[in-house]
Each structure stands twice: as structure tokens, then as C-alpha cells.
Ligand binder design. Structure first.
Ligand code: NDP
Length: 310
């Protein structure tokens, strides 16, 4: 019997061609009204779901899939996957760790350089035929102090890169890591006080919600730069906008926002903000590797049944 799989989020291009022959695939309509009717029709037969870390597995969707056994998600964040519901229902959740670490760390470095060296502002000037007109100087990155909030896989890959820029490195997370030579701070405020660049790369979800708030911005100070490649929910966004407008911090490089894909006008209007659309892992190489993981995770889960069908 065919195994029914729901495609619930945008996936790398190598995913669907590999699965079409093995499974019966159903694309979830984007329009809410259409999705409701569609789920009433096919929801009862769905056993696997493909999604991505940003789209996640909303509670309402999960409740329309009573026979769901596995969620295969592209990405490493699980904050949008409703892990507690999945666990309670015995649904296996598989992500794509390991393959995106290096590119996200590169993405953080790109945002650090783009903000400190005013690259986007400079580029806008050239395109507008203004060359150097009214373009303030940038600031050096080499030798400045880097604070990493979340020294996990990506945080450590970032630290390695920052060492090449002669940056003293410090970090905060719940547990001190005895295997790294970097200075540990037991709070985000203390880390921010000791940083010129504060890079956020902790998971999202309730435990880190608004962890980077007004107190952190004031500790980072008027020459400090915030870069967020983790999750928008970790930063108090209205307070960040106020801090940027008031010059309480120098600049921000944001790959992730609180309510993606909504971008507040206030952020768009600020010259000292560099924005990218949750794009830190957005290279062809990484996305194809993530796609392969998504495929392999699903094939592995249904391996026995698929062999029987071959
Ligand atoms: P890891 O699990 O390897 O590292 C996460 C780190 O965060 C750990 O060192 C952990 O340390 C720390 N941490 C977790 N919870 C807290 C907390 N409540 N307070 C303080 N520190 C905490 O994950 P990765 O490095 O692979 O990825 C990190 C996150 O990056 C992902 O969860 C995802 O949200 C985001 N991401 C963003 C991408 C993008 O495109 N922008 C792409 C990929 C990932 P400890 O347990 O000691 O607290």
C-alpha cells in the first residue's frame, strides 16, 4: 500500500524528485481555506510529513494528521516543531544536524563585516551614483571582542573563524564548556558588557524568549553591534528597534526576525541595520546536503516497508 506523505513547507530542490517514486506525495495548499478542505480529504491517511525549521509543524496541522508517524524537517531548529505534542503522540522527529554548521558560521561573519564596515550602505551609495557622499566611515572588526550567546556547533565554528580576525572570544550558555579556551560569562548582560560584537546563536523557544533585551543592549553599549543568526524570538525586537533608533547600540545584523516574514517598517528605515531573510544556511551546497538528509531520514524510517514493496 502506498505511504502518504504531506509536503508542508518549502524544501530543497533535490527532495521531491527522490521521493516521488517511493511515496504518494501531497502538497499542503498555502491558502488557509484550501488547506482546511484538503486536510479533511487526505489528513487521515498521512503517515509522514516533510517540513522545514521555519515553517515547522503547527499544532492545528498536527491535530489534522491522526496517523502521523514521522516529521522530517529541513534545518536544526525544533522550536516550531511542537516537540511536546510529537513526543506525547510518539511521532518521530528528525532534523538535519551537522550539514549547515559551517555556512551559518560564515553567514554570521558576513553580517559582522556588513554591519561594522557599513557594506550595504556603501553599496547603496554606489548604485545611487553617490559614491562617497555622506557615507560615514566604518569600524574595524579585527581585534574587537566577540561575545557568542550559544557556543554550540555553530557558535564554535564561528569562534574558529573569529580567531583569524584576532578577536578575543567569550561566551554564555547554561553550561560552561571545559573543552574550549574562551572566557565564560554566567549571564547575557555580563557577556554583552565584555563584547563589541554580540552574536546570538542559541535555539529559539520559551527558554530563550526575549533573552536579549534592553538591559543587554545597554550593556553592549553605543559602540556595540548585535548579530542574530539564531531565532528572532530570542531578541526583544521592539526594544532592539528603540535601542538602534536611540543610538544605544551601533548596529544590528539580523538573519532572523520575530514574526517572519513580516519586517517592521522601523527596521527597514534604519541605515544601521543589515537584514537577510533567514538565509544564513542559504548556499546551494548546504541546502542540497540538507535536502539529502530530509530524504534519507524519511527513507530510513520506512525502510522495512519500502523493501517489502520493492
Ligand atoms: P547546538 O545545539 O549545537 O548549540 C546550541 C547552544 O545553545 C548550546 O551550546 C547550548 O548550551 C546553548 N543554549 C541552549 N539553550 C540555551 C539557553 N536557554 N540559554 C543559554 N544557552 C542555551 O545548536 P547549533 O549550534 O547547531 O544551532 C543553534 C541554533 O541556530 C538552532 O537551534 C537554530 O535555532 C539556529 N539556526 C539558525 C539558522 C539560520 O539559517 N539562521 C540555521 C541553523 C540553525 P547549553 O545547553 O549549555 O545552554
Amino acid at each position: 500500500m502506498a505511504i502518504d506523505i504531506l509536503i508542508a513547507g518549502r524544501l530543497p530542490p533535490n527532495v521531491l524528485p527522490q521521493l516521488e517514486k517511493r511515496f504518494r506525495l501531497h502538497q499542503l495548499p498555502e491558502e488557509r481555506n484550501e488547506a482546511g478542505a484538503f486536510l479533511q480529504q487526505v489528513g487521515g491517511s498521512i503517515r509522514g510529513m516533510l517540513t522545514n525549521a521555519a515553517q515547522g509543524a503547527p499544532e492545528q496541522l498536527l491535530s489534522a494528521l491522526p496517523k502521523l508517524e514521522i516529521i522530517s524537517s529541513s534545518g536544526v531548529g525544533t522550536d516550531a516543531l511542537n516537540m511536546d505534542i510529537a513526543e506525547a503522540r510518539g511521532i518521530s522527529v528528525r532534523t538535519t544536524p551537522g550539514v549547515l554548521t559551517e555556512d551559518v558560521a560564515d553567514g554570521a561573519i558576513a553580517l559582522m563585516l556588513a554591519t561594522s564596515r557599513r557594506l550595504m550602505q556603501a553599496e547603496r551609495n554606489v548604485r545611487a551614483g553617490r559614491w562617497l557622499k555622506d557615507l560615514p566611515l566604518g569600524n574595524r572588526m579585527t581585534g574587537k571582542r566577540l561575545g557568542i550567546l550559544g557556543l554550540g556547533k555553530i557558535g564554535q565554528a564561528l569562534a574558529k573563524r573569529a580567531a583569524a580576525f584576532d578577536m578575543p572570544i567569550a561566551y554564555h550558555q547554561r553550561n560552561r564548556n571545559p573543552d574550549v579556551p574562551y572566557a565564560y560569562h554566567d549571564s547575557v548582560v555580563s557577556l554583552a558588557e565584555a563584547s563589541d560584537f554580540l552574536v546570538v546563536i542559541v535555539p529559539g523557544g520559551p527558554a530563550t524568549e526575549n533573552m536579549v533585551d534592553g538591559k543587554v543592549f545597554d550593556a553592549l553599549g553605543p559602540e556595540g553591534i548585535l548579530v542574530n543568526v539564531g531565532r528572532g524570538s530570542t531578541v526583544d525586537q521592539p526594544e532592539l528597534i528603540r535601542a538602534l533608533e536611540q543610538g544605544r547600540i551601533r548596529a544590528a545584523g539580523l538573519d532572523v526576525l520575530a514574526d517572519e516574514p513580516h519586517v517592521p517598517d522601523a527596521l527597514l528605515e534604519l541605515e544601521n541595520v543589515v537584514l537577510t531573510p533567514h538565509y544564513a544556511s542559504g548556499t546551494t551546497e548546504t541546502r542540497l546536503a540538507m535536502g539529502q538528509r530530509v530524504v534519507d531520514n524519511l527513507l530510513e524510517y520506512f525502510e522495512a516497508e519500502l523493501q517489502g514493496a520493492d
